[in-house]
Design a protein around this ligand. Structure first.
Ligand code: NAG
Ligand code: NAG
Ligand code: NAG
Length: 803
């Protein structure tokens, strides 16, 4: 590099002119720059020269890559697309004597992978001075030497090339010698000293003149040596090499101590004058480390390791000298041949990490570069990955491969891959290497939570405590972290008109359902809610499930007697005809129980009676019948106390009194007033009794007529009021509402079916009570509601099932 102000100016000048773009073709670009440019100097705008979008350089991870582990001499500025100098570029260190010094780089862009070759031609600057091999050049001349005799002087060497190399020599003016410059075949110039005036040893034994070597650079640089001329007495011959150039070829990694080549020079003189010794006159520093010369024999031996990849050829000069110091030189060129000693190197240039599981097949997820430092076939590399992974290597540009997906990824199945990339070269034997690339698959919220069961059922006994646990639901979501975190909630809805949240709550984290209030089986027996499971992804995914809650009955209701009306409210009496025979139906106790099943299965029992032998009650029908014919001796007033008991555990019971009057005619009842012993004997009461008795008499008659008709039609002898009794609707408890059961409960749960005539204004409802399993198989209990429809059809139109 220039060392004064003028040279800096010249450098700038040459810089401006040399920065022309050499050529762009096929995505390749060349620049020519002088060596030794400052770090950060702009070489050119590569983005512009290649027509790249400057704005996308950064996103496309544009970078400059040097071939084979060489130093990175230049870089790209991602902001403006300038190619800049990154390291000191010393042409002499990089290329030595080579005339053309070209550095090659690659500009790599990703997505899609794009590769441009950059060649950087390094121009020489005159930054080296010519140097003579020795500071003093000894020349021995015979005093008999005639005018015109030539003496060769070893050339001065300048590391620069071309014009910047040695161009001329200047010899200090003297009496005997003149200078003549000779060009060598390789372009070098050396000086020859020509004797211009004969020497006379007696006059002058020795003398010194200054020899200057000049290069052709601007500014010019020079080096000097002293030519020391010694005038000799005798006439000697210089040694002569057997060859002008010795050549040898050696494979790299050859064993040391091998003789590579032997040089020989002969000298025509006898004795000491003919003894030739050899000396290495010029050799590179590297060469000095691996070759030695035997001074006596001229054998050149290998003493260090040879690496073709570092240096493929060595050149040295050998000087042969005889006893007088007369010398000549020769050149030795040793070529190193390549051996396949470098396995391919796999470089991971880029990798998408992690890979989202939803990327489409065929997406590039990584870029791999393979290099082999060997030459020719030894550097031809094949690259492949193992089977059974959804990835493949697609050869891209030059030594680049794209790693591409071949199928759909699913993190829930495989969350990561270890891919082994193997590269094998074509040397013999081939070398290969492999690299494991770890790929992880990133989660995408692609799985909604799924409940473990299709539906859930919860059973809870009524009168539960608020807050009690009903059941728990579980949904699974195989996604990762928040994408797989499940949160439970109730879907809005209503149960019997009230929001579902007033009945149930669900624990958002655990999915456990709690009752918010106490349930009453008599109000409703089951309901459905929808529980939603949602994950925490964005957007979230959800699933829902139906939870059916079944409330089971507890025996918490006593039987309720509808007929006769409870004691104390009113006072009822049944008339029993005197002529009644044994087995006649005289009345019926009608009771209901708001509970279900066993809890509502009622049994009737006469606990106390005026004449224990006279009346009996159907255990389950509540029908009061005469056990024998009525006789004259029987008391006219009969009083029964009937207990009605349900079958719950424990059972609940109530009692009622029934008054029976054995008489054909109300007129025969003078002591009617006395019937209610402790009751008020008011006139009103008497009227009431009379009214009721007549109503019930009419009622009985009416029934008997209908049954008679039916009996005649169907000849079903026992169709009494086993299963159905018509009672005035006024007797039904006002809140006695029917709630849906479900099919699954049909066989074990009891139904109370109300048969209503189509119109709401109807005065009659039909109560039917049975249990498929627990009641004795009395056919009449299995009558369908339509049977009743037949019976009452003529009167009230067709009934429907109030269910
Ligand atoms: C990949 O290799 C690493 C380290 O050897 C190991 O920890 C990891 O579990 C492997 N992954 C798979 C998917 O095999
Ligand atoms: C969840 O999925 C989304 C895409 O749906 C993704 O961006 C996010 O990284 C995922 N979260 C985790 C923790 O993997
Ligand atoms: C509940 O899930 C069903 C399918 O399982 C879906 O059609 C419905 O939209 C979901 N309801 C809600 C409120 O998410």
């Amino acid at each position: 590099m220039g060392n004064n102000g003028c040279s800096a100016l010249v450098l700038l000048y040459s810089f401006v002119f040399s920065l022309q773009l050499l050529h762009i073709s096929n995505g390749d670009v060349s620049y020519s720059i002088p060596e030794e440019m400052k770090r950060g100097s702009v070489i050119g705008n590569i983005a512009k020269d290649l027509g790249l979008d400057v704005g996308k350089l950064s996103a496309r991870k544009a970078r400059v890559d040097s071939e084979a582990n060489r130093e990175q001499y230049c870089n790209i500025n991602l902001i403006n697309g300038d190619l800049i100098v990154a390291e000191r570029i010393d042409r002499e260190a990089l290329c030595g004597e080579k005339v053309s010094c070209i550095l090659r780089f690659e500009l790599i862009l990703e997505s899609p992978l794009e590769l441009h070759r950059i060649s950087l031609q390094i121009q020489d600057t005159n930054d080296n001075t010519p140097v003579f091999p020795k500071e003093e050049i000894k020349i021995e001349m015979s005093e008999l030497a005639v005018k015109g005799v030539r003496f060769r002087v070893n050339e001065a060497h300048d590391l620069d090339i071309g014009q910047n190399a040695v161009q001329s020599y200047i010899l200090q003016t003297n009496n005997h010698l003149v200078l003549e410059i000779q060009s060598k075949s390789d372009g070098g110039k050396f000086a020859e000293l020509v004797l211009d005036k004969e020497l006379d040893r007696e006059e002058q034994q020795e003398f010194r003149v200054l020899l200057t070597a000049l290069d052709g650079g601007t500014p010019q640089r020079s080096g000097t040596a002293i030519v020391h001329v010694i005038v000799l007495d005798a006439n000697d011959n210089a040694p002569v090499f057997s060859q002008a150039v010795y050549k040898a070829t050696l494979p790299e990694n050859s064993p040391v101590d091998n003789v590579v080549v032997t040089v020989t020079a002969t000298d025509a003189d006898d004795g000491l004058n003919g003894q030739v010794t050899y000396e290495l006159s010029r050799i590179s520093e590297k060469g000095r480390q691996v070759f030695t010369l035997n001074h006596i024999t001229g054998e050149i031996k290998l003493t260090g390791p040879l690496d073709f990849e570092e240096e493929s050829t060595y050149e040295m000069r050998i000087e042969a000298k005889d006893g007088y110091g007369l010398s000549s030189d020769s050149k030795v060129i040793i070529d190193i041949t390549d051996v396949n000693d470098n396995p391919p190197v796999i470089n991971l240039k880029s990798l998408t990490k992690p890979i989202p599981e939803n990327i489409s097949p065929g997406t590039e997820v990584g870029i791999i570069n393979v290099q082999d430092r060997d030459s020719e076939n030894n550097r031809q590399v094949r690259c492949y990955i193992q089977q059974n992974v959804p990835f493949k290597l697609v050869p891209s540009i030059k030594n680049y491969y794209s790693l591409v997906t071949t199928g759909q990824l699913d993190r829930e199945l495989v969350s990561g891959y270890n891919i082994t990339i193997t590269a094998t070269d074509e040397g013999s034997p081939p070398l290969s290497s492999s690299k494991v690339v770890q790929l992880s698959v990133a989660d995408v919220n692609d799985n909604p939570p799924v409940f473990e069961e299709q539906s859930y059922s919860a059973y809870v006994t009524e009168n539960n405590k608020p807050g009690s646990t009903l059941c728990s639901v579980t949904a699974r979501d195989p996604d990762w972290r928040q994408n797989g975190t499940v949160i439970y909630s109730l879907l809005p809805g209503d149960v019997n008109g009230a929001p579902v949240s007033s009945y149930l709550s669900v624990n958002g984290d655990t999915g456990v359902l709690h009752a918010v209030r106490s349930f009453d089986y008599e109000q409703f027996r089951s309901f459905k809610v929808h529980v939603m499971a949602r994950d925490n992804g964005s957007p979230p995914l959800s699933g829902n499930v139906t939870v059916s809650v079944f409330i089971t009955d507890v025996n918490d209701n006593s039987p309720q007697i509808l007929y006769p009306a409870p004691e104390g409210n009113s006072f009822m009496t049944e008339l029993v005809p005197k002529a009644a025979h044994g087995g006649s139906l005289v009345s019926k106790v009608i009771a209901v129980d708001a509970d279900s099943g066993q809890n509502a299965w009622l049994s009737y029992d006469i606990v106390k009676s005026t004449d224990p032998g006279l009346f009996s009650i159907g255990l389950h029908s509540g029908e009061i019948m005469t056990q024998r014919d009525i006789s004259e001796s029987d008391s006219m007033k009969q009083n029964l106390i009937v207990a009605v008991k349900d079958n719950g555990q424990p059972s609940l019971s109530v009692t009622c009194s029934m008054f029976l009057l054995i008489s054909d005619n109300l007129a025969e009842v003078p002591e009617l007033k006395d019937m209610s012993n402790d009751e008020s004997n008011s006139k009103l009461t008497s009227y009431l009794i009379i009214a009721l008795v007549s109503v019930s008499t009419f009622f009985l008659t009416f029934i008997i007529v209908i049954l008679g008709v039916r009996f005649c039609r169907r000849r079903k002898p026992r169709l009494l009021f086993d299963g159905a009794v018509a009672i005035p609707s006024a007797y039904l408890p006002p809140n006695y509402a029917e709630v849906d059961g479900t099919g699954t409960l049909r066989s074990t749960y009891n139904y109370d079916a109300y048969l209503t005539t189509g119109s709401r204004t109807s005065d009659f409802k039909f109560v039917r009570s049975y249990n498929d399993n627990t009641l004795p198989a009395d056919q009449t209990l299995r009558k369908s509601p339509t049977d009743f429809a037949d019976v009452f059809g003529e009167l009230e139109g067709s009934p429907e099932v109030g269910h």
